[in-house]
Write a protein that binds this ligand. Structure first.
Ligand code: ADP
Ligand code: MG
Length: 320
């Protein structure tokens, strides 16, 4: 017999989630009831993933479950928040039990690891699309906003860039040899939650890189009213990306490819050692890649020469 909507919610989702003591009421009523701790602000974010736009329709459902939650937790990480809860709005063409079981496996293995509870959602029939809203908590006044960067602050990234973009080229078949590291970066990004929390009181601004470094850093610069110089040769790159650039000359990949979900953050110049220590403590291969300046705009330097970019990042409604 076909699975009813309520059986589906109970079996794959309500019974599979962890339960947090600060959840007064989870799945099952018209709303969830959540207790935010005293002195904490609620951080909320949502991201939608649409088949054919954000993922290939034949993607492995377990990876999809992981990624839908990971991209939301990455936004919480970028604010310096602790992850607590999420909701899941699922639009499915059919109730395929094997697909749902794998999706839930990917979703909850990350969810359990990060201590987030699924507290509600919506289930509808239609073309495959998934919206997750994630909620977290951050001490009052300590969230890492995009607007705090100052001239002279150093710009850091938390890890190699362009690896997920290379993975996408492999999945699309533009490149023939599939490198497992690139595929993993694309399909199983790791939200940098511990790093985000450790950067409170240290980073002057922070963003997660979902649409490419150049575009996302430009958001920080615009919000902060500063410009910046980036040193291309300081960008951390994975081995497969280094090889790919050597073979193809496509140097723009680590600047413009999305989906890496590393954090990009700014730190006052005199606190550089603290930033390096925090990165080391979190086990990340991050690096200082540039510096903020009073002159507006983003300048990129490669071996002492200015480097020009055509398209800074992915934008859904651009006409290009
Ligand atoms: P309502 O009609 O009041 O919005 P629903 O019938 O849509 O309630 O959902 C019943 C309960 O199941 C609610 O608590 C809702 O939050 C939860 N729910 C529905 N879909 C999902 C889902 N995909 N994941 C988690 N919880 C869900
Ligand atoms: Mg509903």
């Amino acid at each position: 017999m076909a699975l009813s909507e309520f059986d589906l919610i109970r079996r794959f989702f309500a019974e599979a989630t962890i339960r947090r003591p600060d959840t007064a009421l989870g799945i099952g009523d018209d709303c969830a009831l959540l207790r935010c701790a005293a002195g904490m602000e609620l951080a909320i974010t949502a991201d939608t993933m649409v088949a054919g736009v954000h993922f290939l329709p034949d993607v492995d459902p377990e990876s999809l479950g992981h990624k839908c939650l990971a991209v939301n937790l990455s936004d919480l990480a970028a604010m310096g928040a602790e992850a607590a809860w999420f909701t899941l709005a699922l639009t499915l063409p059919e109730a395929d039990e094997a697909w749902l079981a794998a999706f839930a496996r990917g979703l909850f293995s990350l969810g359990h690891r990060c201590g987030v509870q699924l507290v509600g959602g919506d289930t509808t029939r239609g073309p495959l699309a998934i919206t997750i809203q994630a909620m977290g908590q951050v001490p009052e006044g300590q969230a890492l906003c995009r607007s705090g960067a100052q001239p002279d602050d150093l710009i850091f990234v938390s890890g190699p860039l362009g690896t997920a973009g290379l993975g996408l080229k492999m999945r699309l078949g533009t490149i023939d040899h599939a490198d497992p590291a690139a595929i993993a970066a694309l399909e199983r990004p790791e939200p940098r939650l511990a790093l985000g929390q450790s950067l409170r009181g240290l980073a002057s601004a922070c963003i997660d890189i979902s649409d490419g470094l150049a575009g996302d850093l430009a958001h920080v610069l615009a919000a902060s009213g500063v410009g910046a110089i980036l040193h291309y040769d300081h960008l951390p790159l994975s081995e497969c990306v280094t090889e790919y650039i050597e073979e193809t000359g496509d140097f723009a990949l680590p600047l413009t490819a999305g989906d890496d979900y590393e954090l990009c953050f700014t730190v006052p110049l005199h606190r550089r050692d603290e930033a390096d220590m925090v990165l080391g403590k979190c086990g990340l291969r991050g690096a200082a890649i540039g510096q903020c300046e009073t002159a507006q705009g983003l300048r990129i330097n490669q071996r002492g020469h200015p480097l020009a970019l055509e398209a800074p990042g992915y934008e859904h409604f651009s006409r290009a």
